[in-house]
Design a protein around this ligand. Sequence first.
Ligand code: PDD
Length: 280
Amino acid sequence: MENIGYYNGAFAPIEELMIPACDRGVYFGDGVYEALRVERHRFFALREHLSRFRASLAFLRIPFEMTDEALTAILQEAADRVESDSQQLYFQVTRGSAIRTHAFPEGAEPNLLVFSRGVPLADLSEHRRVIVLPDTRWEHCNVKSLNLIPSVLAAEAAKERGCCEAVFHRNGVVTECSSSNLLMLKDGVLRTAPADEKILPGVTRGHFLMLARKLGVPVEEIAFTLEEACGADELMITSTSAHGLPVGELEGRAVCGRDDALLRKLQKAYRDYFYASVEN
Ligand code: PDD
């Protein structure tokens, strides 16, 4: 199949999947999600995604009792039903279904939604253009909640201006992007914002930092300003789907291109690590 969806025990193509109108994900976005890569029907970094998923569930106090093993079996079945060798798999858990009332409803059971579809790996060669916007999100961006309106509006603003991402800042200090982290290379040092409540602790970000350390590249988890970003040797967007995309234009200004060798070395280290992980 080209894609598959799953909801509380039933599989169907995504376009045909029906979910109840009173799923609290529909009217409150009361749930959490994860997105991961499936390569040749094997998961990349499943352990890290599950651990972030459990942390998000704990923050929202959603009592999802399914074990990682049982959940993994469902995710695997979804991935196996899709033919493509390169998939993006999404899953979300909401607090449950109940008549709309803000406080947690009595007796509701969490709902599990999964879908997977073929999505080719990103082409990392070209430099991309990004816009800059104020970060108007809440104070818990480390939680992967379903409430994504500021990110949706920012992604659309970027698209309307022919860009692939929107870089967020709070008072001139870069946090991350609408659906990715931002890493900077300056004088041979890899720098990115610390993993606090202002950013999502990206799985890809973590792998880039780990690989840089292994390669002897100094790493600093210290936030940088927009001005510093403009003076970066290189900027890179990292996410499950983007892997490590180089940035060439920030808010209409040509930037980067000053440490292509190190940028390509890190990109290659990541892709090698990615392929090695799904082969083992
Ligand atoms: N986005 N920051 C934000 C705000 C994100 O939404 C994401 C992921 C990331 C990168 O995280 P990771 O490396 O674990 O994918 C950073 C996913 C892909 C999404 O929303 O679909």
